[in-house]
Design a binder for this molecule. Structure first.
Ligand code: Z5A
Length: 228
């Protein structure tokens, strides 16, 4: 479980996650958004899942190499959640407590979509793992980057330099199902999530994201840096 002492600390920063299928442009947009927020004088921590802390990065290697795939999607969900506990404890919680913005490339919605919806892991287990691993560290805002699976896979294919990873190797139907799963999460939690049309140019996507961030996190952005 995430260190219980962290649960009682005041959380002064804002936590933003980006979600979506392969090649949706999450990494590109995380970078653009962080630059924008920093240009206003705020501290902004950029991180990713799986990973974002030393132990979680080690688990990333294990999971994405496919070494844990024979254990099945439920075991993979447990591993992603274990990595998340370390990531929150070491990186996310301290940054939010000192008042920083935190932008994370994938988070718990990826476990819901990949292991839950597509891996058919029991919903009760996914919810229990999320409760244990995430606790109060739910995102303030989740940007769901949406585009046809074919487009995302083509982008990921173009960019790739090495071997396909564990999930990229899944077929088109898997990736189409993922798209639906992320859209369903956004439909169920409209106050936390915003769907962004990710088929536009990087600048257009960045501009749509900035509009949403300004609208949803206006009170935080209105405050001066260091006093978030
Ligand atoms: N996973 C899971 O199963 N359960 C979990 O709980 C978690 C994760 C947390 C992590 O992979 C894998 O772990 C992931 C889910 C699973 N599945 N896979 N594979 P990762 O971190 O290595 O990769 P990813 O998260 O899937 O991201 P990605 O494929 O690297 O894509 P991206 O970050 O969304 O896109 P990008 O790197 O910004 O852009 C991809 C290419 O498209 C690149 O050449 C860009 O220059 C180009 N691009 C970007 N934006 C545009 C636009 N707007 N137009 C045209 N071209 C663009």
């Amino acid at each position: 479980m995430t260190d219980p002492s962290l649960h009682n600390q005041p959380r002064r920063g804002r936590f933003i996650t980006l979600e979506g299928g392969e090649g949706a442009g999450k990494s590109t947009q995380v970078k653009l958004l962080a630059e924008h927020i920093r240009s206003l004088g705020f501290e902004c921590v950029v991180t990713r899942e799986p990973g974002g802390s030393p132990v979680a990065e080690q688990l990333r290697e294990v999971i994405l190499s496919g070494a844990a795939a024979p254990l099945g999607p439920a075991a993979e969900a447990v591993l992603f959640s274990a990595a998340r506990i370390d990531h929150i404890t070491q990186t996310i919680a301290p940054a939010l407590q000192r008042g920083a913005f935190v932008i994370c490339d994938r988070f718990a919605d990826s476990t819901r979509a990949y292991q839950g919806a597509q891996g058919k892991v029991d919903q009760a287990l996914i919810s229990a793992l999320e409760k244990v691993a995430v606790g109060p560290y739910r995102p303030d805002l989740t940007l769901v980057l949406d585009l046809p699976a074919e487009t995302g896979l083509a982008r990921a294919h173009q960019r790739r330099t090495g071997a396909v990873d564990r999930f990229e190797a899944e077929g088109l139907a898997f990736h189409q199902g993922l798209r639906e799963a992320f859209l369903e999460i956004a439909r169920k939690e409209p106050h936390r999530c915003a769907v962004i049309d990710a088929s536009q140019s990087p600048d257009e996507v960045g501009s749509a994201i900035w509009d949403v961030v300004q609208e949803r996190l206006s009170s935080a952005l209105a405050r001066k840096a260091q006093t978030l």
